[in-house]
Design a protein. Structure first.
Length: 259
Protein backbone atom coordinates (compact mmCIF):
# COMPACT_ATOMS: atom_id res chain seq x y z
CA UNK A 1 0.00 0.00 0.00
CA UNK A 2 1.26 3.46 -0.91
CA UNK A 3 0.79 5.53 2.25
CA UNK A 4 1.13 8.82 0.42
CA UNK A 5 4.13 9.96 2.47
CA UNK A 6 6.62 10.37 -0.37
CA UNK A 7 8.11 13.85 -0.32
CA UNK A 8 6.21 14.90 2.82
CA UNK A 9 8.16 16.37 5.72
CA UNK A 10 7.87 14.53 9.05
CA UNK A 11 9.58 15.47 12.31
CA UNK A 12 10.46 12.62 14.67
CA UNK A 13 11.53 13.24 18.25
CA UNK A 14 13.35 10.59 20.24
CA UNK A 15 14.80 9.49 16.91
CA UNK A 16 18.13 8.26 18.27
CA UNK A 17 16.86 4.93 19.58
CA UNK A 18 13.91 2.63 20.11
CA UNK A 19 10.53 3.39 18.61
CA UNK A 20 11.55 6.81 17.26
CA UNK A 21 14.51 5.37 15.40
CA UNK A 22 12.47 2.50 13.98
CA UNK A 23 9.81 4.95 12.83
CA UNK A 24 12.43 7.09 11.12
CA UNK A 25 13.54 4.06 9.09
CA UNK A 26 10.00 3.14 8.10
CA UNK A 27 9.08 6.71 7.19
CA UNK A 28 12.25 6.87 5.11
CA UNK A 29 11.25 3.69 3.27
CA UNK A 30 7.99 5.49 2.38
CA UNK A 31 9.99 8.33 0.84
CA UNK A 32 9.30 10.92 3.55
CA UNK A 33 11.64 13.83 4.16
CA UNK A 34 12.74 13.86 7.78
CA UNK A 35 13.76 16.14 10.61
CA UNK A 36 15.14 13.93 13.38
CA UNK A 37 15.62 15.14 16.94
CA UNK A 38 17.31 13.66 19.99
CA UNK A 39 19.66 14.73 22.77
CA UNK A 40 22.43 12.27 21.82
CA UNK A 41 24.12 13.58 18.67
CA UNK A 42 26.08 10.37 18.08
CA UNK A 43 23.00 8.15 18.06
CA UNK A 44 21.10 10.78 16.11
CA UNK A 45 23.68 10.90 13.32
CA UNK A 46 23.65 7.10 13.17
CA UNK A 47 19.85 7.10 12.91
CA UNK A 48 20.06 9.68 10.13
CA UNK A 49 22.44 7.48 8.15
CA UNK A 50 20.04 4.56 8.52
CA UNK A 51 17.18 6.72 7.29
CA UNK A 52 19.14 7.89 4.25
CA UNK A 53 20.05 4.29 3.45
CA UNK A 54 16.38 3.31 3.77
CA UNK A 55 15.38 5.84 1.12
CA UNK A 56 14.74 9.22 2.74
CA UNK A 57 15.44 11.90 0.11
CA UNK A 58 16.33 14.45 2.79
CA UNK A 59 17.30 14.12 6.47
CA UNK A 60 18.08 16.97 8.84
CA UNK A 61 19.12 16.42 12.45
CA UNK A 62 18.53 18.53 15.55
CA UNK A 63 20.56 17.60 18.61
CA UNK A 64 18.48 19.25 21.35
CA UNK A 65 16.79 18.62 24.67
CA UNK A 66 13.09 18.78 23.85
CA UNK A 67 12.15 19.04 27.51
CA UNK A 68 13.23 22.68 27.25
CA UNK A 69 11.64 25.55 25.30
CA UNK A 70 14.97 26.18 23.53
CA UNK A 71 15.08 22.59 22.31
CA UNK A 72 11.59 22.79 20.88
CA UNK A 73 12.45 26.13 19.26
CA UNK A 74 15.44 24.51 17.54
CA UNK A 75 13.26 21.70 16.18
CA UNK A 76 10.63 24.19 15.04
CA UNK A 77 13.17 26.29 13.17
CA UNK A 78 14.63 23.23 11.44
CA UNK A 79 11.14 22.18 10.31
CA UNK A 80 10.28 25.71 9.20
CA UNK A 81 13.33 25.82 6.93
CA UNK A 82 12.06 22.70 5.12
CA UNK A 83 8.35 23.62 5.25
CA UNK A 84 5.63 22.67 4.80
CA UNK A 85 5.61 20.31 7.76
CA UNK A 86 3.24 17.39 7.29
CA UNK A 87 3.80 15.18 10.33
CA UNK A 88 5.10 15.02 13.88
CA UNK A 89 5.88 11.86 15.81
CA UNK A 90 6.25 13.00 19.42
CA UNK A 91 8.24 10.16 20.93
CA UNK A 92 9.56 11.93 24.01
CA UNK A 93 11.35 10.70 27.13
CA UNK A 94 9.99 8.03 29.46
CA UNK A 95 8.82 8.53 33.03
CA UNK A 96 10.45 7.16 36.21
CA UNK A 97 9.58 3.56 37.07
CA UNK A 98 8.23 2.87 40.55
CA UNK A 99 5.21 2.38 42.77
CA UNK A 100 3.26 5.19 44.39
CA UNK A 101 5.29 4.76 47.59
CA UNK A 102 8.57 4.99 45.68
CA UNK A 103 7.84 8.11 43.63
CA UNK A 104 8.59 11.42 45.35
CA UNK A 105 7.77 14.98 44.27
CA UNK A 106 10.96 15.30 42.24
CA UNK A 107 10.20 12.13 40.28
CA UNK A 108 6.65 13.34 39.58
CA UNK A 109 8.05 16.63 38.30
CA UNK A 110 10.47 14.75 36.04
CA UNK A 111 7.60 12.63 34.72
CA UNK A 112 5.48 15.68 33.97
CA UNK A 113 8.25 17.72 32.35
CA UNK A 114 9.91 14.91 30.42
CA UNK A 115 6.84 13.36 28.86
CA UNK A 116 3.70 15.47 29.21
CA UNK A 117 4.99 19.01 28.91
CA UNK A 118 7.53 18.05 26.22
CA UNK A 119 4.69 16.51 24.19
CA UNK A 120 2.51 19.60 24.64
CA UNK A 121 5.30 21.90 23.45
CA UNK A 122 6.10 19.75 20.42
CA UNK A 123 2.42 19.50 19.48
CA UNK A 124 1.91 23.24 19.81
CA UNK A 125 4.90 23.99 17.60
CA UNK A 126 3.91 21.44 14.96
CA UNK A 127 0.28 22.59 14.85
CA UNK A 128 1.44 26.16 14.29
CA UNK A 129 3.50 25.13 11.28
CA UNK A 130 0.78 22.88 9.90
CA UNK A 131 -1.80 25.64 10.02
CA UNK A 132 0.45 27.53 7.61
CA UNK A 133 0.42 24.59 5.19
CA UNK A 134 -2.13 22.04 4.08
CA UNK A 135 -2.80 20.36 7.40
CA UNK A 136 -1.02 17.24 8.57
CA UNK A 137 -0.78 14.55 11.21
CA UNK A 138 0.44 14.56 14.84
CA UNK A 139 1.03 11.28 16.65
CA UNK A 140 1.93 11.21 20.34
CA UNK A 141 3.56 8.07 21.73
CA UNK A 142 2.12 7.47 25.20
CA UNK A 143 1.73 3.89 26.44
CA UNK A 144 -0.77 1.22 27.45
CA UNK A 145 -0.17 1.89 31.15
CA UNK A 146 -2.94 4.46 30.68
CA UNK A 147 -5.35 1.51 30.65
CA UNK A 148 -3.36 -1.36 32.17
CA UNK A 149 -2.33 0.68 35.27
CA UNK A 150 0.46 -1.57 36.61
CA UNK A 151 1.37 -0.64 40.21
CA UNK A 152 5.07 -0.37 39.37
CA UNK A 153 4.45 2.24 36.68
CA UNK A 154 2.33 4.80 38.49
CA UNK A 155 3.86 7.80 36.69
CA UNK A 156 3.32 6.18 33.30
CA UNK A 157 -0.29 5.38 34.21
CA UNK A 158 -1.02 8.99 35.15
CA UNK A 159 0.95 10.75 32.41
CA UNK A 160 -0.18 8.45 29.61
CA UNK A 161 -3.80 8.86 30.63
CA UNK A 162 -3.29 12.62 30.62
CA UNK A 163 -1.78 12.42 27.12
CA UNK A 164 -4.75 10.40 25.89
CA UNK A 165 -7.06 13.11 27.21
CA UNK A 166 -4.92 15.82 25.66
CA UNK A 167 -5.07 14.11 22.26
CA UNK A 168 -8.84 13.64 22.48
CA UNK A 169 -9.42 17.30 23.29
CA UNK A 170 -6.79 18.81 20.99
CA UNK A 171 -7.69 16.45 18.17
CA UNK A 172 -11.26 17.73 18.08
CA UNK A 173 -10.00 21.31 18.09
CA UNK A 174 -7.52 20.82 15.24
CA UNK A 175 -9.52 18.49 13.00
CA UNK A 176 -11.40 21.36 11.27
CA UNK A 177 -7.99 22.76 10.30
CA UNK A 178 -7.07 19.51 8.54
CA UNK A 179 -4.73 18.42 11.33
CA UNK A 180 -5.27 14.90 12.59
CA UNK A 181 -4.08 14.09 16.11
CA UNK A 182 -3.84 10.57 17.54
CA UNK A 183 -2.20 8.85 20.50
CA UNK A 184 -0.26 5.62 20.13
CA UNK A 185 -0.17 3.34 23.18
CA UNK A 186 2.51 0.66 22.93
CA UNK A 187 2.72 -2.11 25.48
CA UNK A 188 6.01 -3.69 26.59
CA UNK A 189 8.48 -3.13 23.74
CA UNK A 190 12.09 -4.28 23.50
CA UNK A 191 13.79 -0.94 24.13
CA UNK A 192 16.01 0.41 26.89
CA UNK A 193 12.84 1.15 28.82
CA UNK A 194 11.92 -2.54 28.71
CA UNK A 195 15.21 -3.51 30.35
CA UNK A 196 14.60 -1.04 33.18
CA UNK A 197 11.09 -2.38 33.66
CA UNK A 198 12.35 -5.96 33.97
CA UNK A 199 14.98 -4.90 36.50
CA UNK A 200 12.33 -3.20 38.64
CA UNK A 201 9.97 -6.17 38.47
CA UNK A 202 12.76 -8.59 39.34
CA UNK A 203 13.78 -6.52 42.35
CA UNK A 204 10.22 -6.48 43.69
CA UNK A 205 9.55 -10.17 43.00
CA UNK A 206 12.80 -11.34 44.55
CA UNK A 207 13.77 -13.15 41.36
CA UNK A 208 15.92 -12.56 38.32
CA UNK A 209 15.18 -10.65 35.13
CA UNK A 210 14.67 -13.81 33.09
CA UNK A 211 11.85 -14.84 35.41
CA UNK A 212 10.43 -11.33 35.25
CA UNK A 213 10.50 -11.45 31.45
CA UNK A 214 8.62 -14.77 31.43
CA UNK A 215 6.01 -13.44 33.84
CA UNK A 216 5.49 -10.33 31.75
CA UNK A 217 5.23 -12.32 28.51
CA UNK A 218 2.57 -14.48 30.13
CA UNK A 219 0.41 -11.36 30.53
CA UNK A 220 0.52 -10.67 26.78
CA UNK A 221 -1.85 -12.85 24.70
CA UNK A 222 0.57 -13.06 21.77
CA UNK A 223 3.19 -14.34 24.22
CA UNK A 224 5.99 -11.83 23.77
CA UNK A 225 6.71 -8.09 23.88
CA UNK A 226 6.68 -5.97 20.76
CA UNK A 227 9.73 -5.01 18.75
CA UNK A 228 10.25 -1.29 18.02
CA UNK A 229 9.39 -1.97 14.36
CA UNK A 230 5.95 -3.30 15.38
CA UNK A 231 5.06 -0.01 17.04
CA UNK A 232 6.76 2.03 14.33
CA UNK A 233 4.57 0.41 11.67
CA UNK A 234 1.46 1.67 13.44
CA UNK A 235 3.03 5.10 13.89
CA UNK A 236 3.90 5.30 10.20
CA UNK A 237 0.34 4.52 9.19
CA UNK A 238 -1.09 7.02 11.66
CA UNK A 239 1.20 9.70 10.23
CA UNK A 240 -0.01 9.04 6.70
CA UNK A 241 -2.88 10.64 4.75
CA UNK A 242 -4.48 7.17 4.76
CA UNK A 243 -5.34 7.69 8.45
CA UNK A 244 -7.37 10.82 7.76
CA UNK A 245 -10.34 9.72 9.86
CA UNK A 246 -8.30 8.49 12.80
CA UNK A 247 -8.43 11.71 14.80
CA UNK A 248 -8.85 12.57 18.49
CA UNK A 249 -8.39 8.88 19.29
CA UNK A 250 -5.96 6.35 20.72
CA UNK A 251 -4.53 3.24 19.07
CA UNK A 252 -3.09 0.50 21.26
CA UNK A 253 -0.27 -1.80 20.13
CA UNK A 254 0.30 -4.26 22.95
CA UNK A 255 -0.42 -7.78 21.71
CA UNK A 256 -3.81 -7.82 23.41
CA UNK A 257 -2.51 -7.03 26.91
CA UNK A 258 -5.27 -4.47 27.45
CA UNK A 259 -8.70 -4.33 25.88
Amino acid sequence: MDLGLAGRLVAVTGAGAGIGRAAARQLAAEGARLVLASRDRGRLESAAEEARAAGAPQVDVVAADLTTPDGVAALTEAARRRAPLWGLLACVGSTPIGTFDEIDDEAWQVAFTTKFLASVRAMRAAAGLMRDGEGGRIVVVAGNAAADAPPGMVTSTAINAALAGLVASTGRLLAPHGIGVAALHPGPTRTGRYASLLAHRAAHAGGDEEAAAKALAAQIPVGHPAEPDDVAAAATYLLSPRAAHLVATSVTVDGGQTR
